[in-house]
Design a protein around this ligand. Structure first.
Ligand code: TRP
Ligand code: SF4
Length: 329
């Protein structure tokens, strides 16, 4: 196949929320459907261990559930290769070799590393593995000679490090690896129910799997324009998270109507949210149908993952033959 390859991964930290859906998954599906790229998407379960090493019991289950979420939103194993990192042991070998050529200073100055260490201060992340997180990520990417890496801005430092590591390998041994480009995903600004960034750890997320009462209640509890205290106050949709969701889920005409009505207090937030809940539910209906199907056909999930693992392994083995040859080991 002459198509350029792209690759992206996600850590299996639990069920995915609408922030993940609009921030990454929709883009993955678009890239798959665009027919421009040979798409590889994988579960970064070893990366999950870097921060969850003291409680690893959920990782395996999370990985399966995450793949169910992926398939439910439209990733198609006939079009994309879906695999699990830890099933392709070659990642560990390439990680090891890359670790030999990666200067410590590159890792120590990585902004994500510094941030996460302060943010997750309840965990001891002063480990070799956590510092080396981007080296493993570099191995993931260059293993498949990916030309593009679809990611959000938060991952740019990691892709930049990957580029430096790939160049260093090419310089020291042999020109094997393309230097990958980030394919930046533009992320619509969706906040959690409480107005903070939607995040599993804040307990403010609407999950892709949420439906019926749970979905309605979560939407009903969303923060709105904070200046609109009473029903009779005019609102400002531009600063309202509910309105951002309308933009993604409601028909254009409805969005325009709500925009106008909100500004003159013609619609109240309770009704506005009810309308939103309806549209979100309608939109997610086919997703939930696929989710129900796969949840009841776990054997199919395992077969899909096995097949993806085999496809990935085949390429990884070819790359590692070249790598061993180049490193003369
Ligand atoms: N670090 C990425 C994240 O947290 C996950 C990841 C691991 C990844 N390996 C990758 C993303 C390779 C893109 C390419 O989201
Ligand atoms: Fe937000 Fe809708 Fe309330 Fe306006 S009416 S403030 S858009 S929830």
């Amino acid at each position: 196949m002459g198509l350029k390859r792209i690759l992206s991964g996600m850590r299996p930290t639990g069920k995915l929320h609408l922030g993940n859906l609009h921030g990454a998954l929709k883009n993955w599906v678009d890239l798959q459907e665009g027919g421009q790229y040979d798409c590889f998407y994988f579960v970064a379960d070893w990366h999950a261990v870097t921060s969850e090493y003291s409680s690893t019991e959920d990782i395996k289950n999370n990985a399966i559930n995450m793949v169910i979420d992926w398939l439910s939103v439209g990733l198609d194993p006939k079009k994309s290769t879906l695999f699990v990192q830890s099933a392709v042991k070659e990642h560990a070998e390439l990680f090891l070799l890359l670790s030999m050529i990666t200067p410590l200073a590159w890792l120590e100055r990585n902004p994500t590393y510094k941030e996460m260490k302060t943010e997750l201060s309840n965990k001891d992340l002063s480990t070799f593995g956590f510092l080396g997180y981007p080296v493993l990520q570099a191995a993931d990417i260059i293993m498949y000679k990916a030309h593009g890496v679809p990611v959000g801005v938060d991952q740019l430092p990691h892709v930049e490090l990957t580029r430096e590591i790939a160049r260093r390998f090419n310089f020291l041994y042999k020109e094997i690896f393309p230097v990958p480009e980030p394919l930046l995903t533009s992320v619509p600004k969706l906040l959690g129910m409480d107005g903070r960034k939607m995040s599993k750890s804040y307990d403010n997320s609407i999950y892709i799997s949420d439906r019926d009462k749970v979905l309605q209640q979560k939407i009903a509890s969303m923060f709105t324009d904070p200046q609109r205290m009473r029903r009779s106050d005019a609102g400002n949709p531009e600063i309202c998270n509910v309105f951002s969701f309308h933009g993604l889920y409601s028909p254009k005409q409805k969005v325009a109507e709500i925009d106008a009505e909100c500004r003159k207090a013609g619609i109240g937030c309770i009704d506005c949210k009810k309308i939103l809940a309806q549209h979100v539910a309608e939109n997610l209906k086919p997703v939930h149908e696929r989710m129900d199907y796969y949840t009841n056909h776990l054997d199919e999930i395992h077969a899909i993952i096995d097949e993806g693992n085999q496809k990935a392994t085949k390429i990884a083995c070819q790359t590692m033959n070249e790598v061993r040859d180049a490193v003369k080991i």
